[in-house]
Ligand binder design. Structure first.
Ligand code: NIG
Ligand code: FE
Length: 443
């Protein structure tokens, strides 16, 4: 697979001006090796420059250093961005979302509160299939407008790159429609989008009695069309008792690999069924969810270099209590990723800071580990680590000026509307209020 071939380059080439970012109280660069950060030591090293600054030209970072050094390079052509002593970090990279859907499922939210389970609702024709009905009906224009609306929410809380899955179409026509919308999203909003084919999200009703025929449709028709039209970089499968079996998942992922796509997998959300070991055997880039993954799965990921994508907001929003064992994963040397899993059923949130809060509170990750997992590690999990995810010379100037003076406050303040100023390729993409935060009491 060519490096982020589907991420249109106009984003990076959008600015020809020169900028200096000054007065960064903590410039959290995340500079380090040219690979994902593995294990405790690497994931707690944020390479922070106190009183830092950056020079930016043509949408790329030219130089990272101390404020005092940067000031010397400011000439009359250089525009100054004043960080006012605040924390500056890379933009968030959300490596697992289902942003392309029509209709919400607030009704199921109530049903779950009354005692029904996610699986029971799905078995009764609700769940993913109810979103499929709405998404199939939506025109391409309506769906794009809906997706743009949600993309604005992502931008507001600092997400600058988004992996986005299809999976609410489940037919050739509807899956292609969704993937075209995801490609168009990038054109309209200048958010970086990495599209993933998830035709194996559920078996559509018209194939309920003939699953084999649906697998054949996915492998023989949908997959080749998606590849021919360059509509996706990755293929994902929902491998679960209520979705696709291990054997079915293997068939689809093997075909996708042969067709040149990278692999991701929804694995072991509800049971430890061996999906993670299979992902390792197939050389998947990531294995996602992993609520039930045990030591064997963790060892398999480590040996094969699979990155775990943890989605604590979906555990929280389903009202469940079993979170993935992030501590064991990090302590064993894995390069964890945190993502929202934004979708209308199990995880209706677009907020990476909220995910970081949950990761710290519920999975005992440190704020540093959570920040690495939402930036540089997520970038490598999308094969984009050489372009985004850290603030280093040569990388895209995708960064956030937060309303904090201490990076830990990103996870510490819980679900408050702290809106960063969001820059993508050096350009301000939103107009967050510029207020001056108080100093934290102790470092
Ligand atoms: O990642 N687990 C499968 N897919 C989504 C849920 C999709 C839905 O409920 O609509 C997830 O949680
Ligand atoms: Fe998901």
């Amino acid at each position: 697979m060519s490096e982020i071939s589907l991420v249109h380059e106009h984003v990076a080439a959008s600015s020809t001006e020169r900028y200096a970012v000054l007065n960064c109280g903590q410039l959290v660069t995340l500079a380090g090796p040219a690979r994902a950060r593995r294990g405790v030591l690497e994931m707690r090293e944020l390479s922070i420059v106190e009183n830092g600054g950056m020079l930016i030209a043509n949408g790329l970072i030219q130089y990272v250093g101390f404020h005092a050094d940067i000031v010397r390079h400011v000439d009359r052509q250089t525009k100054v961005i004043d960080a006012r002593g605040c924390v500056v970090t890379p933009g968030f990279v959300d490596a697992h979302t289902h942003i392309a859907f029509a209709g919400t499922r607030a009704n199921e939210f109530e049903q779950r509160l009354a005692g029904s389970t996610y699986q029971e609702i799905a078995a009764a024709g609700g769940g993913i299939l109810s979103t499929v009905r709405h998404t199939r009906q939506a025109t391409e224009e309506t769906l794009l407008a809906t997706v743009q609306h949600y993309a604005e929410w992502f931008l507001r809380t600092g997400t600058t790159t988004l992996e986005a899955k299809s999976g609410y179409g489940l037919s050739l026509e509807s899956e292609l429609k969704i993937l075209r919308v995801l490609c168009a999203l990038q054109e309209t909003l200048a958010l970086r989008v990495v599209p993933t084919l998830l035709a194996a999200h559920a078996v559509p009703p018209e194939f309920r009695e003939n699953r084999t025929a649906y697998i054949a449709l996915v492998t023989n028709e949908i997959l080749p069309q998606v590849v021919a039209q360059h509509l996706a970089s990755y293929c994902d499968v929902f491998c679960d008792e209520y979705a696709f079996t291990l054997d079915e998942s293997r068939r689809i992922l093997t075909a996708a690999k042969q067709a040149g796509l990278g692999l991701r997998i929804h694995a072991e959300q509800f049971s430890a069924d061996g999906a993670v070991s299979m992902a390792a055997q197939l050389g998947a880039t990531t294995a996602d969810h992993l609520e039930c993954t045990d030591a064997r799965g963790i060892a398999a990921m480590r040996v094969a270099g699979v990155q775990p994508v943890l989605l604590p907001a979906s555990v929280f929003c389903l009202g469940r209590s079993r979170y993935p064992n992030a501590r064991a994963m990090i302590d064993t040397g894995l390069a964890t990723i945190l993502a929202t899993d934004f979708n209308p059923g199990s995880s209706p949130t677009t907020s990476m800071p909220f995910v970081m809060t949950l990761a710290c509170q519920q999975m005992k990750m440190l704020p540093s580990e959570a920040l690495v997992s939402t930036t540089i590690n997520a970038a490598y999990g999308l094969n984009m680590g050489n372009k985004i995810g850290s603030l280093e010379a040569g990388k895209a100037a995708d960064f956030l000026i937060h309303e904090f003076r201490d990076y830990r406050e990103l996870a510490y303040f819980a679900a408050v509307p702290n809106l960063p100023q969001v820059f993508i390729a050096g350009k301000l993409r939103n107009t967050a209020p510029q207020t001056t935060p108080t100093k934290s009491i102790a470092r």
